[in-house]
Design a protein around this ligand. Structure first.
Ligand code: FES
Length: 140
C-alpha cells in the first residue's frame, strides 16, 4: 500500500479551472502528476455516468471543478453540477465507493495557486483512502 499512487480524473471547466491549471503551469507551480484533466465546456455538462464510469474503470478519485457560483458562463451549469454531485455522493456507496473520493470545487481562472494546492490535497486524501475497488480492477 505504501507505493500506492492514486489515479485522479478531474473534469474541469474550460473557462475557469482549466485556465487556472494553465496558469499554474505557466507560473511553474508544481502539483502531483496523478491528476488527469478532462476539459469540459462547463461543469453542467458532466453527466453523472461519466463519474461512475471513471470509478468503474479504475479512477481512485474524481474531481469536478468549475466557475464560482454566479460566474458560470452558461448561467447555471455549476448549480446543476452541485446538485448532481450531491446525488452522486448518495449513490456511490451503493457501488462500494467511498463518497469522499468525489469532490466538487470552484477554482476561478486566476486561482493558479489554489489549483495547485487543491490538487495536492486531493491526491493526499485519496492516497490515504487507498485504491478503489481493487477486486474490480483485477477483473478489468
Ligand atoms: S462555464 Fe464554468 S462552470 Fe459553467
Amino acid at each position: 500500500m505504501s507505493n500506492f499512487e492514486p489515479a485522479i480524473i478531474a473534469f474541469v471547466c474550460n473557462w475557469c479551472t482549466y485556465t487556472a491549471a494553465d496558469l499554474a503551469g505557466t507560473s511553474r507551480l508544481t502539483y502531483p502528476k496523478n491528476v488527469r484533466l478532462i476539459r469540459v465546456m462547463c461543469t453542467g455538462m458532466v453527466d453523472p455516468q461519466y463519474v461512475i464510469k471513471a470509478f468503474l474503470e479504475g479512477a481512485d478519485g474524481v474531481l469536478i471543478s468549475g466557475c464560482h457560483p454566479g460566474d458560470c458562463h452558461y448561467i447555471n451549469g455549476n448549480y446543476k453540477a452541485r446538485r448532481r454531485v450531491k446525488l452522486l455522493k448518495e449513490i456511490l456507496p451503493r457501488f462500494g465507493i467511498d463518497n469522499q473520493r468525489l469532490r466538487l470545487t470552484w477554482i476561478g481562472a486566476s486561482d493558479g495557486i489554489q489549483f495547485a494546492e487543491i490538487m495536492g490535497e486531493l491526491v493526499t486524501q485519496v492516497r490515504e483512502l487507498g485504491p478503489t475497488l481493487p477486486d474490480l480492477k483485477m477483473v478489468i
